[in-house]
Design a protein around this ligand. Sequence first.
Ligand code: B3K
Ligand code: ZN
Length: 888
Amino acid sequence: PATIYLKDYTPPAFLIDTVALDIAIHTDFTRVQARLALRRQAPGSASALELDGEELELQALRVDGVALPAERYRIEGDKLWITDLPDVCVLESVVRIAPDQNTQLSGLYRSKDGYFTQCEAQGFRRITYYPDRPDVMAKFVCRLSADRAAFPILLANGNPVAQGAEENGRHWATWEDPFAKPAYLFACVAAKLDMLEDFYTTTSGRRVRCAVYVEPGKLDQCDHAIAALKKSMKWDEDVFGLEMDLDHYMIVAVGDFNMGAMENKGLNIFNTKYVLARPDTATDTDYQNIDRVVAHEYFHNWTGNRVTCRDWFQLSLKEGLTVFRDQQFGMDVHSAGVTRIQEVRTLRAAQFPEDAGPMAHPIRPESYAEINNFYTATVYEKGAEVIRMIHTLIGQDAFRKGMDLYFARHDGQAVTCEDFVAAMQDASGLDLTQFKRWYSQAGTPCLIVRSEFDAAARRYSLHVEQQFAPTPYEARMEKEGLALPRGPYHLPIVLGLLDADGHALPLQLAGEATPASTQRTLQLRDAKQSFVFENVAAEPIPSLLRGFSAPVLLDYPYTTAQLVHLMAYDGDAVNRWEAGQRLATEILLAGAKAVQQGHSGSDWIPLDYIHAMARLLGAAFVDGGDPALVAEALMLPSENVLAEQMEVVDPDALHAARLALRRTLARDLREALLAAYLELKIDAPYSPEGEQAGKRALRNACLGYLAELDEPSAQALVIGHFETAGNMTDSIAALAAVANLDIPARHVLLDSFYSKWRDEALVVDKWLQVQATSRLPGTTQDVRALMAHEAFDIRNPNKVYSLVRAFCAANPKHFHAADGSGYQLAADVILQLDALNPQVASRIARCFDRWKKFDAQRQHQARTQLERVRAHDGLSSDVAEVVGKALE
Ligand code: B3K
Ligand code: ZN
């Protein structure tokens, strides 16, 4: 596939003031008429008009009402060029498209209940000829028509302006969006759906109709989404002073959708997974995800829609910022500590490996082959961390001023990441020149921190060294002559110092007259930099990078005793958790080594750790204890995260060590776990809110440990949990536990679950997922068998993600099986899917990212499969880019 470069950006020759679309949906085809009011950017210049179009059947082309002669235009691949246009003119086109054949789910496509669209990043070109680039912003009017009985609901962006009947039982509706927008934010829907509506009145008095549209019969699963929407609207007003700007805000749920959701202006289209919820079908995590995704798409209305991206290289401008905003919302509406811990876990599980692998890229890449491959953890999650660092460095008030300035300068524009940083810099007065390296350098920096205590001088020093080794991305750029000078990062280190009793010390930096507080934000700028604290009576324990203040790796030689101390006393919830994770990681890596050396015992598990975990569990029940935080602390680092720490990954040894540690904890803490399990039983009616959800999380974590005891009583507990569960959180916790046990009840429970929920697609997804992530031998064969089960459909992304992606990404023991059977399964699916839906195929292909970290035998197996995929005729640019970079 051809590479596209940021440095090649040129502004479009023509702008579009208005677009009038007429989309007529028929049984066999859809006819799209488009009327574009064009205006040349540089009047008098001669450049041709460049339009994009993909899989369109062109039927007519007229300029100012006159059919365009063949010599005035040229179609080359997915481009349509028109020459000799006047500076101002109206271009009309008529095309036919085939949404019923659109398995890519990009553009206009058919799903069970009707027709839906997905235009980001480049789906609009699959609907009509258009300059499909975000820096062309136009006002859209859309007339939609279809059969009335089959598709009674007709929606598009903005406001409904007219509707009526046509002959042959058809009907039409016209929608007008008062805001200029790029084509990627266009949406329309023609479907049979039920609707739930509610109203929200903004501070300035606009009464906004909030409507959720879902598959008929699912109205009882919409309350949470609509409540989340109203909460988000309120939050954005309170925190950022940003109001809803339209009279209608619609969310349409569709079961076939490539990603989570899409922020189309006034007409969000959502994966059903992030809309539908009922206590018996959705887990606490599902409820929380719905809050976050609804908020995220809503927040895009300002960060993404009112101010959009100049080009797709700037994707993090809207995504990093909007993820940061939904994270802040999450911290405000849920527990701040738990929310942040979960974000850190996601970053480590998805972004750090990406940054260390063949697809490494900065949050603003310089080049790409397929833009759909860049909706990544780096652009989103690391992008959000970069915004968070600005927020930490300049503080909440200056950040708010920066946001105000950004909107004052750029409302209605398509801008770049520089524009955002400039607003933050101008509002705060902090020089962010060096900070901008976060936008152009790939890889996870490592901070090597060493401390020094001078008892006589009562002085404590922290010496920090930054390492920022180049990644394959940098090597590639260099080969292409695009090498950028690399340099140290500017980042905030939020820290505290603890004394031996666990008290926070007042922090007085050298040169200061008095201590300022017990927590400080230090600014690191140099490759090597020291921070000196005065008046320190005894050697403290440093609590570094509190709240995970920068997306870096930290190398500090903590002793076990120090980590145990931090686990108990650190004033920062994230760092209490972090200390436990750090300790568990050390222990598990030692355990993996022991397993490799053939030790069968568990003497590599220090008693101090077991005691610390016991104290943690007990802490959930004292005054002020937080079961949700304890549940997080009980969760050991995943095998994939541990794998990143191994020179050569041994998935079997890691699995064995982790399981041994879980079993040891279960055995040694059994009374406490059982007592906690009994104590945490909730009698009140279900609520997904924090307090109950936290108790359930801890209770189910205890159950998970107890299930590791290879004993009938523990198995009976799990089965009883399943049978008495009053909500999906508890059911699925029990089912996931039993899916790992080779006992007769396994099949009984799985079968009864399936027969109960076979008609509830999202619950069937969970059923597939617990089986795909089972550690039992034979799982790979089970996954293959499930692909042939009536419950599976390779055309439905949720099914593929729940079964195949869960297997590849969350079952390392089986995916990385030494015989290559996991890799072969993945490659089979990638090839089968590539012809249908390249975006989904490419996401599966990403599971091979870390193949070079494994032993020679596994590398050979992986390479064989990667090469088989690469050699396939007609491979999509999506998969070709991922596999090509993996094999580089
Ligand atoms: N902006 C969309 C993502 C579109 C992905 C296109 N392949 C959802 C979001 O981030 O809100
Ligand atoms: Zn987004």
